[in-house]
Design a protein around this ligand. Sequence first.
Ligand SMILES: [Cu+2]
Length: 125
Amino acid sequence: MLRRLACLIAALTLLAAPACSDDDTDDVADTTTSSVEASETSQVKMKDFSFDPKVVEVPTTGAALRLVNEGTAAHTFTVDSLDIDQEVAAGSQVEVTVEALDGEVPYYCRFHRAQGMEGTLRPKA
Ligand SMILES: [Cu+2]
């Protein structure tokens, strides 16, 4: 995440940063090719500026989450404790794998957390 942040800052400074594109590709691959086998797919909608549902239940086997951005802005699905930081462009969707949880963990959108764009991942009982 720090590397991405540094990359972002570099991109903003230079207004163009072709050197950063490799890093972004790697991050996407890491997130989408996780070794965890998910048993079911849940959908999390991203809007301007909230998640639906706010509380996402994750089965003990882990889950594939389809992130659907229905908003007009780019959003991220970010879970610090699981090292997930997935950006989803407006109008597109991305699937991420979430491993089994020991307890509730917060997730949020990096761009709009201040607007209350956050939620909770909860282990399914
Ligand atoms: Cu957002």
